[in-house]
Design a protein around this ligand. Structure first.
Ligand code: 5GP
Length: 190
C-alpha cells in the first residue's frame, strides 16, 4: 500500500494560516488528517482538548519528552512548549493517509530534515510587516504590547522562509488558498 505524506505549514501569526488549512481540509479533496500537537499552554475559549491541541501539564509534557514520544518539540514562546507526537503521524502515514502539520519554523525545518522527500514544507508569508501589523490590529484581540511581540516573532520567522520548499504570500486569501491547495495536490499525486 502506498504510504501517506506529510505536509508542513508554517506562518507567522496573522498570516491566515488557520483559515487556509481549514478551507483546504473542509474542501475534502485530499485525504488529509490534521496532526494534533501537544502543548503545555492553557486552552483559549472555544478550544477543545484533543481537537485543537492535546493540552498537557508541564509534567506530562516532560514525561513525553523522556519517553521519546515527540518527532520534534520547541519552546515557541517563553515557557510555552509545543510538540508533534509520533502517535499523531506514524500510523496514519503507514495507513496511506496524508498528515498536515501546523508548526513553528524551527519545528518545520526539523521535520523536513527528518522526512526529506516524504514531506512538503510550505511557508505562508504576509505581504509585508506593516500590513501584518495592520491585520493584527484589526483583529482587535490583543494589546499593543502583544501585537509588538507577534510582529517581532514574525520578523524572526520570516528569516526561515528560504529553508521551506515553497513560500506563498497571502496578499489575497482566495488566491493563497488555491496556491497552497495546488502545491499539496501536486505533491500528494506525485
Ligand atoms: P498558538 O499558541 O497560537 O496555537 O500557536 C503558537 C505557535 O506554535 C504557532 O506558530 C504554531 O504553528 C506553533 N505550533 C503548534 N503546534 C506545534 C508543534 O507541534 N510543534 C512546533 N514546533 N510548533 C507548533
Amino acid at each position: 500500500m502506498k504510504k501517506g505524506k506529510l505536509i508542513i505549514i508554517s506562518a507567522p501569526s496573522g498570516c491566515g494560516k488557520s483559515t487556509i488549512i481549514g478551507e483546504i481540509m473542509d474542501a475534502g479533496k485530499l485525504d488529509l488528517q490534521f496532526s494534533v500537537s501537544a502543548t503545555n499552554r492553557k486552552p483559549r475559549p472555544g478550544e477543545v482538548d484533543g481537537v485543537n491541541y492535546h493540552f498537557l501539564t508541564d509534567q506530562q509534557f516532560k514525561d513525553l519528552i523522556a519517553e521519546n514520544a515527540f518527532v520534534e518539540y520547541e519552546q515557541v514562546y517563553p515557557g510555552r512548549y509545543y510538540g508533534t507526537l509520533r502517535s499523531e503521524i506514524q500510523d496514519r502515514i503507514d495507513a496511506g493517509h496524508n498528515v498536515i502539520l501546523d508548526i513553528d519554523v524551527r519545528g518545520g525545518v526539523n521535520v523536513k530534515e527528518q522526512f526529506g522527500a516524504d514531506a512538503l514544507s510550505v511557508f505562508i508569508a504576509p505581504p509585508d510587516i506593516p500590513e501584518l501589523r495592520r491585520r493584527l490590529e484589526k483583529r482587535g484581540s490583543e494589546s499593543a504590547e502583544a501585537i509588538e511581540e507577534r510582529v517581532g516573532r514574525a520578523e524572526y520567522e520570516l528569516g526561515f522562509k528560504d529553508r521551506y520548499d515553497y513560500v506563498v504570500v497571502n496578499d489575497e486569501l482566495p488566491r493563497a488558498i488555491g496556491e497552497v491547495a495546488a502545491l499539496m495536490e501536486d505533491f500528494i499525486k506525485a
